[in-house]
Design a binder for this molecule. Structure first.
Ligand code: UDX
Length: 426
């Protein structure tokens, strides 16, 4: 059996660590480099600083094949395919900050038998510009489509693998394709710019689907339809599909908001006004404003009102609060003069002060104690298991309102228990 190609991973954050651990699981020697010595040491001890189901087990199980280092020389010596997984955060203008990518490219400059395999999300045209400035450097675009909370499964069972390469880099593209062969997924072999666009367009389309169903939800509220029923009927059409048709109080996370803005910005920089994405962003903000409106509909002025936010994370099964709806809601509600309490089973304390004066509570019941209103922000299973008709009813204030921001709770049960219930589009 041919020797498995050793793999280099540059940048051991969420994407880098998932990539490193999964390739090690597939039997490859992996040399993973990060610039933070503390992180490298703790990873080398098998300590995984990220809340991602199944990841720490995979890192420990494959410790023999996983080598963490701060030394780029070690990576260059032992591997030829280097997966670039550094982050590309948005700048104030909405453009992607490529400074970390450029630093990695500089460290490889001049090499002809190494290839950069770009997994970081980069603007369309990045690969072309790097190749123009670093002739001879192998360059392959290989975007990731991992979702937080299911990243290991998403890596091992991808819907597709996208590999973008220009003439002259075919051999490297072949070697990258061979790495994914054991996964048996469709492989999209294309040019670099199209591969880069597949990533951004896929995220932007999913965000558009969410904003569309959120607008259907808003209209359904006016017309008396139930968006969950509408989504069920729509989703059976395989041209539409039932995934990402869950109406709610807005998408968040480190990808959708950033990638939608980056694509809109990219289009703008090239002179094209991407109207649809402008609306996608506006609808996402509108969902948060409507949530405050629903509380005020029942409570009137929110000055001095106790409001509980159930969930801080941008979605369940993660401790990530980046661009989370909870942050905007907490700020808006405090701006309305409300006293905000928050509870999250995993993400508490990760907001680095972005929740303002909101009070962090140890349990959901603590957050609900004496509250005039509650908003279900993140659909953690434990919130559906609360004793709404019993203990919660006793603890919350008289005639309390519950805004179910994810249509996650039992509407009838809450209404029977005497709550003013507000869903999203139902
Ligand atoms: C996303 C993409 O799914 C993934 O392919 C890409 O690689 C990274 O970005 P992630 O950010 O982890 O993954 O979250 P995802 O599960 O896609 O959810 C994004 C947001 O959309 C969350 O805030 C979620 O609550 C919201 N959402 C999702 C909805 O409001 N409705 C839905 O039907 C699905």
């Amino acid at each position: 059996m041919p020797e498995k190609e050793p793999i280099g991973v540059i940048g051991v954050g969420w994407v880098g660590l998932c990539t490193a651990a999964c390739f090690a699981e597939l039997g490859h020697e992996v040399v993973a480099r990060d610039i933070l010595p503390d992180k490298v040491e703790s990873l080398a001890r098998g300590e995984v600083p990220i809340h991602e189901p199944g990841l720490s087990e995979l890192v420990r199980k494959n410790a023999e094949r996983l080598h963490f280092t701060t030394s780029m020389d070690e990576v260059l010596e032992r591997t030829r395919l280097l997966f670039c997984c550094v982050d590309t955060p948005p700048t104030y203008s909405g453009d992607a900050d490529l400074s970390r990518v450029e630093r990695v490219i500089e460290e490889l400059a001049g090499s002809t038998d190494h290839a950069i395999v770009m997994k970081s999300t980069v603007p369309v045209g990045t690969g072309r510009s790097i190749r123009r400035r670093h002739e001879g450097l192998g360059y392959v675009s290989n975007p990731e489509f991992l979702k937080e909370g299911t990243a290991v499964k998403d890596f091992m069972h991808p819907d597709r693998v996208v590999i973008g390469a220009e003439p002259g880099a075919e051999a490297f593209a072949e070697r990258v394709a061979a790495l994914y062969e054991p996964l048996g997924a469709p492989v999209v072999r294309t040019d670099v710019a199209s591969a880069e666009m597949i990533k951004l367009a896929s995220n932007a389309f999913l965000a558009t689907k969410i904003s569309f169903i959120n607008e259907i939800a808003n209209v359904s509220e006016e017309l008396g339809a139930d968006v969950t029923e509408v989504a069920r009927g729509m989703g059976l059409d395989d041209r539409i599909g039932d995934k990402f048709l869950r109406a709610g109080i807005g998408f968040g996370g480190s990808c959708f908001p950033k990638d939608v803005s980056a694509l809109k910005q990219l289009a703008g920089n090239s002179g094209y006004h991407f109207q649809l994405l402008t609306a996608v962003i506006e609808v996402n903000e509108l969902q948060k404003r409507r949530t405050v409106g629903k509380l005020k509909k029942h409570l009137g002025s929110l000055v001095g009102r106790e409001i509980a936010l159930l969930g801080i994370a941008f979605k369940p099964d993660t401790d990530d609060v980046r661009e989370a709806t909870s942050l905007v809601l907490a700020a808006r509600l405090q701006g309305e003069g409300a006293n905000v309490r928050v509870y999250d089973p995993v993400a508490a304390g990760n907001d680095s002060g972005m929740l303002g004066g909101a009070r962090d509570c140890a349990t959901a019941l603590d957050a609900l104690d004496g509250a005039h209103g509650a908003v279900l922000v993140t659909e953690w299973p434990e919130f559906a298991e609360l004793d709404w008709a019993g203990e919660v009813r006793e603890r919350m204030a008289e005639s309390a309102v519950v805004v179910d921001g994810r249509n996650f709770l039992d509407r009838e049960a809450l209404r029977d228990a005497g709550f003013d219930y507000e869903g999203i589009g139902r």
